[in-house]
Write a new protein. Structure first.
Length: 255
């Protein structure tokens, strides 16, 4: 029943968006060449999938995203766990992290391209930078503010370092880390598209630039729809993964 209600809510939400889109395209006097209707974009999507162009570019984007996102999550969580636990190291690292964090990942793109060249690596680096800081800082902050009860339990059972970090501390702070996974995912997916607009010859971001250069606004909006749909599905997958882990650790009451 709960799944049905949620599905119906999502369907109504998307139907409302399509209706607003159709109304703006139909009555906005922009012209279909400038602002295509949902039907025109649906036909463009069918054309791109039939030709194999869309599937190839989705595959390229998902490969880059998967590699960059997983690297950012694993390294951010591990480093956050360490610098959060060793408080002295956090005091030294935090000023540098707060200096680097506000710099948009795409700002590094000229240096990355000059050093590495174009291709998959620059986009992967951009995705890594976009996802790394949210996970790192959330993990470190959660570890620093962990409930002392967990540490007393570890001491009572004679659990010392490094076991205490992965047996007690990380499970205890995982709800906070899980929230950062959503933030990192959204940020990484957005900057994947930005990175592909500059330093790649394939992918969904490249499709947008190519469609703009060829004045194919229907292809451009088709790529945007696919980007939004994949981002939506990825967020659902991450949410399922979080619930599974929390249930395994007996913390499913958090959600």
């Amino acid at each position: 029943m709960k799944f049905f209600v949620k599905s119906r809510t999502i369907a109504i939400s998307f139907a409302g968006l399509l209706l607003l889109w159709w109304g703006a395209a139909r009555f906005g006097q922009f012209g279909e060449a400038l602002f295509p209707t949902p039907w025109a974009v649906a036909k463009a999507l069918a054309e791109l999938f039939r030709s194999g162009v869309m599937a190839e570019n989705i595959e390229s984007s998902l490969y880059r995203f998967t590699v960059g996102y997983l690297l950012s999550v694993v390294s951010g969580a591990l480093l956050g766990l360490l610098i959060g636990w060793y408080r002295r190291s956090f005091e030294y690292a935090n000023p540098v992290l707060q200096l680097l964090r506000p710099i948009a990942p795409v700002a590094w793109m000229p240096f990355i391209v000059l050093l590495i060249g174009i291709g998959n690596i620059p986009a992967i680096v951009i995705i890594f930078l976009a996802g790394f800081f949210p996970v790192l800082l959330s993990t470190a902050g959660a570890v620093r503010n962990i409930d002392p009860v967990y540490l007393k339990v570890a001491a009572n059972y004679g659990i010392g370092e490094p076991e205490v970090l992965y047996k007690i501390v990380f499970p205890a702070v995982f709800p906070a880390v899980a929230n950062s996974l959503h933030i990192a995912l959204g940020s990484a997916w957005i900057f994947l598209v930005s990175g592909e607009m500059v330093g790649a010859q394939s992918g969904l971001g490249y499709m947008i630039i190519d469609a703009r250069n060829n004045m194919r606004t229907d292809h451009l909006l088709a790529a945007m729809v696919v980007i939004g749909a994949i981002g939506f599905l990825l967020d659902l997958i991450i949410g399922r993964f979080e619930k599974y882990i929390l249930k395994r650790w007996g913390q499913d009451h958090v959600y």
